[in-house]
Write a protein that binds this ligand. Structure first.
Ligand SMILES: Cc1cc2nc3c(=O)[nH]c(=O)nc-3n(C[C@H](O)[C@H](O)[C@H](O)COP(=O)(O)OP(=O)(O)OC[C@H]3O[C@@H](n4cnc5c(N)ncnc54)[C@H](O)[C@@H]3O)c2cc1C
Ligand code: FES
Length: 275
């Protein structure tokens, strides 16, 4: 169970795993996530499901090696088994007929965005996709996303490929009547997209990735403020209306354990363990 059947390196520190998890694959919809634990003393950490194949009984995970747990996971090989994979968790993204849909994905989240954009495209939406990364070498899922998009754009922070930054998105909004915007990526990008779409009155759903512990709505770690109400991203989300999110609170909460995360990472680097 939870055997890694396929492992690929998509870019520096970005890995793709197809994992044999038939029970999860059977229930997965775009937007769901899983929680992994890779060793008895390891922490639980969430990853968004980037695809599910019910005939093969596999789920796809694409992750960035940012700290101890994700770096440890990145060392797993094809044939290795992951101790615990729990899911599918959270609520799926709303997949409906919106007409023109703007799908925006940042960094590693281009992969789960592909799962969402495919579903939207399949039911007849006109999908306009934008993927972004810091630099062109970190762009992933370009061909896959282009193949399910009616219009496809690339953005990099340094302008090394496609448009520089996200300001050009306003031109897309000026030229098209957009029924829904969907964004997945780092918090700063989700906030920027929400600010761009707000004056146009376009409903903008963002997938939030606050720190999570139990992912069952019990611990409160993932609480976010949306429309003035406290929500738990693991059970109430992770997709929320970006125009209602308290971005400052989210950003500051995500920095809560920065020192501990850096220490764990350093221990892992020096000693091969971080617990
Ligand atoms: C619902 C959900 C879905 C997610 N899906 C994916 C995914 O598909 N692919 C993927 O690569 N990552 C995803 N993440 C983020 C992933 O869970 C974290 O990167 C991971 O837990 C970091 O663990 P670590 O021990 O490797 O790093 P840590 O030591 O915990 O952290 C290392 C660095 O990463 C930052 N970091 C830690 N957690 C997060 C987070 N939640 N969001 C942004 N920065 C973080 C820390 O601030 C620190 O700078 C998701 C998070 C959530 C909540
Ligand atoms: S992670 Fe504990 S309530 Fe959401």
């Amino acid at each position: 169970m939870n055997k890694i059947l396929v492992k690929k390196e998509l870019a520096a520190k970005i890995k793709l795993f197809d994992i044999h998890a038939p029970e999860i694959a059977a229930k997965t919809k775009p937007g769901h996530f899983v929680v992994l634990r890779i060793s008895e003393r390891g922490e639980r950490f969430p990853l968004t499901i980037a695809g599910a194949d019910t005939s093969e009984g596999t789920i796809r995970l694409v992750f960035n090696e940012v700290g101890k747990s994700t770096r440890e996971l990145g060392c797993f090989s094809e044939g290795d088994e992951i101790l615990d994979v729990v899911g599918p968790l959270g609520n799926p993204c709303e997949i409906d007929s919106f007409g023109n849909v703007l799908c925006i994905g940042g960094g590693v989240f281009a992969a789960p965005l592909h799962f969402v954009a495919s579903a939207l495209h399949r039911i007849g939406n006109n999908v306009i996709t934008v993927i972004g990364a810091r630099i062109s070498d970190l762009l992933i899922f370009e061909d896959e996303l282009e193949s399910v998009s009616d219009e496809f754009h690339i953005s990099t922070d340094d302008g090394s490929k496609g448009h520089k930054g996200l300001t050009f998105v306003k031109e897309i909004l000026d030229q098209n009547s957009i029924g829904r915007a969907i964004a997945m990526g780092p918090v700063a990008m989700l906030k920027a997209v929400s600010e761009i779409t707000k004056p146009y009155g376009i409903k903008t759903m963002v997938t939030l990735t606050p720190l999570m512990v139990d992912a069952t709505g019990m611990c409160g770690c993932c609480r976010v403020s949306v429309g003035g109400e406290t929500k738990f991203a693991c059970v109430d989300g992770p997709e929320f209306d970006g125009h209602q999110v308290d971005w400052e609170l989210l950003t500051s909460r995500m920095r809560t354990y920065l020192t501990d995360e850096r220490t764990a990472s350093l221990f892992y680097e020096r000693l091969g363990r971080g617990d």
